[in-house]
Each structure stands twice: as C-alpha cells, then as structure tokens.
Design a protein around this ligand. Sequence first.
Ligand SMILES: [Zn+2]
Length: 466
Amino acid sequence: MVKGYEGFSRRKFLSNAGKIGGASAVLGVTGTMGLFLPEETIANAEAGVNTKKPGKNSHYMLLNVRLESGYKYENGLVVSTETVLRNLQITNGKITRILDTKATYNKNLDCYDAKGMLLLPSFRDMHIHLDKTYYGGPWRAAHMRKNGIFDMIALEEKLLPELLPTAQERAEKLIELILSYGSTYARSHCNIDQVVGLKNLENLKKALANYSDKISHEIVAFPQHGLLRSNVEGLIREAMQLGVTHVGGLDPTLVDGNMEKSLNTMVQIAFDYKAGIDIHLHEGGETGIKAIKLLADLTEQAGLQGKVTVSHAFSLASLSAGADEEMANRLASLGISIASSVPIGKGVMPIPLLQQKGVKVLLGNDSITDHWDPFGIGDTLQKAHLAAQLYGWKHEYTLSRALSLATGGITPLDESGKQIWPKVGDAADVVLVPASCSAETVARLPKRAAVLHKGVLASGSLEAVN
Ligand SMILES: [Zn+2]
C-alpha cells in the first residue's frame, strides 16, 4: 500500500462493483440502400465509368494485392523485404480466402484490382481530440500562454461554447481526414467539463455514429479542466453511461493539487464501470514519476491490468539509466500502455526502451489544429515516420518494425520475418499503398490509395474490373 493512501482497498473496489452497469454499446446507424441511383452514378455509367465500390456486408475479390512474405538476409542482416502477389476474397468484413493469383476463384463476385499495390494493416490513431478543433474553420495558430495550462483552461471556458455549434461538423471533417491517411480506428478524448457538460460528447457520438461503417472507436471522458479542480466526478460518471470506454485524467498534482485523491477517484470510476483508463500526464520529473508509480499500484489493486494507458508521460524521459528499465518492467508487467504523439525538441521519450521491455507504445496525432497545437496533420503513419527519424531507424529491418507503431502492433512479418498477417479470418481493416514494403512505406509515406474498414471502402478508391 502506498504511504498516505488508505481506505482504498481491493475490498472497496469489490464493494462498488456492479453498482451501475458497464459502458453501453456505442450507438451505430444502419445504412439504407436507396432504390434510386445518384445522378453522379448515372452520369458515370453513361460515360462507361464503373463506380462500384465495396460496401457493408459485401462479398468480393481484391485481386493482385502485394503481401510481404519474408526478409532477405545478407551476412545475417536484413537487406530487403520479399513479397508475393495474391488474390483475396472478402466476405462480411473479413478476409475469407487468400489465393495464389493462378488459383481459380468465383468470377461472379465483384472484383477490384489492387494492381500490385502493397496491402498493410490499417492504422490506429490512439490519441486524438475529435471534439475540439479549428479544422474545417478559419486558420488560427496556438494560443499564447503565460501561466501554462491554467491559461488554457481559462481560454477554454470562453472558447468551447463558441466551438459547440460546429463541433459535430468539424469532428466529421477530422474523421474524413484521418481516414484519408489510413486510420480506421481512433481513440478520441472528449472534454467533460463544467462549461460544455456532456455536449461535446453528444456531438462526438453523433459524428462517430455517422461513420460507424468506416471507423471503429473508443472514447475517453477527459476532465480537461481537472477532475477534482473542476469538480466533474459526477459528470464523468454520467458520461460513462453514454458509451464512453475510458475514464480520463489530467496532471493530478499540477492541476488537481492532490495526486492521491485525483488518481483514486479516476481508478474508482473505471472500476465501477468496468472501463479502461487513459490519463493525460504532462507533469515532468518527480511528480510525473510519482503519479505513474501510484497509478501502477492502483492498477494492480483494482485488477485493471491491460486496461490502462498513460498519455504523453513526459516524465519517463527524465528517468536515469536503470530507473527507466525498472519502470518499463513495471509498466509491462501490468499491461500499462503509453500513448505518445512523438514529441520533438524537449526530452526524448524512451520509446525504444519501452518497446524492448514489452510496454505497448501507441501513437496519436493529439491536436490536429486547435488552440493547443497547430501541427497535427492527422496521419498516424507520419508519426511512425517521425519516430523512425528521431530514433535513427533508417535501415530495412528497423523501418519495417516501426510500422507496428502505426498499426497498434500488427505487422505483416514477425521479428524473424515469418509472415503472420493477413490470415484467413482477419478483419479486412487494410490500406493499399503504392510501395514495395513496410520499410518503404514508413520512410516515404506513400499515398493511401484505398482504405478498407471491415471490408467497406472508407477512403480512396478501388478499380472495379467486372
Ligand atoms: Zn491529448
């Protein structure tokens, strides 16, 4: 038990269990199939252009896709990546057959030609704020601040109500943006505060429901103005009943002024709703490290192993050699992941060490363009590219492995070069890129030609051949 931390035992967790139901299923919308063709489709048909595209529950062939099949070694070192061409059958959102291009297949199915482009697992933006952005509106740079985060909180009290009328529309534009870069999965933080209450959440949920065929998601109820400081425990608990998957938190010492109470409250809410946790922890140095250590202890006590993420976690950059390994081992043993936007210019995050010790590292764009930061472009692959530059991963093998940062850990080849993706039965969450291998994709950031989410064309285009 942590010093000064009493009355928050495993028994208390258990006694609170099941009081209120878990997070409800996220609302979805059912698409309707119109009997009348859009004018554009008629015009294309008259011009001989095939506008067919894979939709929900469709059954089709994706021909001539390039799959990675192994590493080529010279003198024990990986020098290139080998690939093969295959035809894939996709049924109800899953890859149901992987065929040699010479093998027979059902030609009565709709067929699309990937023209030899590389097939990769689609990307995952694991830290983004879809609910508040300038994107889609006039250009504005980040807000000047003299008093750090407190100036930003004061600004938000005025700004958030102004952004509310456009919140859903802009969230949808952001979803379109990240889809265009190949992300079919997003973990979005969503402000829960005394200014907008649950309104950002309502707008975000409507936007995500409109795109439920194209993107999967998680939502973090984020107390941006402080869980204790802005007294939002009640609002967060309300949010947890509206399809939120994770409880958020924010700098428990700097903002809330009471690390133990703040973390205890956050963990208790997560426990009560059987939800995950994803805390924004910007605090550097000692208080940041203390918070991570206490959160690790609470994670263990509450049985939340594998369900907790620390976002940013800048304090990890300040750990000395030895202490960093000890911390990484502790995080790995509890399945606590780290979400990073790959910061440059300040302390360098020990991402390679974390990965080496088995800590899951997730990447996100964070702010696309808002009052906090104007630089996010919405491309999670570009974040993996940035990591590769930052950590000197410039050779075939290290670049190839870096793809896992963008995909949430899925790679076509395992560390030894054995082909492990795709397999029959895998979700058809894929990106087609004009590149020869993962390494080239990470280094050169090719266009995302087609993006599929559960078999549905979510962005880009595919050429129909029948
Ligand atoms: Zn954030």
